[in-house]
Design a protein around this ligand. Structure first.
Ligand code: 5GP
Length: 206
């Protein structure tokens, strides 16, 4: 069975990863799965447990780490965020593609374990736009915003670790660019070759 494609969408905080990811999944022709992350942060207004995140306690999260159940995790502005491993393994093994939307430290951990994935770095048109977007979101205190912007500056330097850079100048444009990347990824020789080898083997046997 052909394995699914792992797509990792990452980039600095406030660049609009969540917005772009949500818009991507609203497209009618999206046929990949979303990996729901686990976090110890409090739900924001309107966030639903099991849809936006699995919201858990620190103790529960640390137990998952100890049990080896996280593909990756990071501590980010005082909270844990991480990707449950079994969903990724099962989904890819069943041939379906899966998208992770995570911050950069976690993305690096995934890349070490699964270098065959498609690593997409979402970039802000400029840093000022990043700060404005964080302030406009209105959910964080100013000192938290400053910490996030400082973290973002460092994160941008990490673009070199990725396969693709997508500028988020407009959400709909970023979505189209990501869809194009996924189309191309599915055509990479190392993804289609096993299928052809199997076909040749069948021909040779008949
Ligand atoms: P927020 O608190 O705004 O929902 O997310 C904060 C940051 O954590 C964002 O950059 C988001 O992409 C990232 N994040 C969400 N889920 C995960 C995850 O499972 N692993 C890691 N490493 N980062 C995550």
């Amino acid at each position: 069975m052909k394995r699914g494609v792992l797509i990792v969408l990452s980039g600095p905080s406030g660049v609009g990863k969540g917005t772009v990811r949500k818009a991507l999944f609203e497209e009618p022709d999206i046929d990949f799965q979303y990996s729901i992350s686990m976090t110890t942060r409090q739900p924001r207004d309107g966030e639903v447990n099991g849809e936006d995140y699995f919201f858990v306690t620190r103790e529960a999260f640390e137990q998952k780490i100890a049990d080896g159940e996280m593909l990756e995790y990071a501590e980010y502005v005082g909270n844990y965020y991480g990707t449950p491993k079994s969903f990724i393994d099962d989904t890819l093994a069943s041939g379906r593609d899966v998208l992770l939307e995570i911050e950069v430290q976690g993305a690096l951990q995934v890349k070490e374990k699964m270098p065959e994935g498609a690593y997409i770095f979402l970039t802000p048109p400029d840093l000022r736009a990043l700060k404005e977007r964080l302030i406009m979101r209105g959910t964080e205190q100013l000192d938290v915003i400053d910490r996030r912007v400082h973290a973002a500056t460092k994160e941008i330097q990490m673009m070199a670790n990725y396969d693709y850079a997508v500028v988020n100048d407009e959400v709909s444009l970023a979505v189209q660019r990501i869809k194009d990347i996924i189309k191309v990824e599915r055509l990479r020789v190392n993804r289609v070759l096993p299928e052809y080898i199997a076909m040749i083997e069948e021909l040779e046997e008949s």
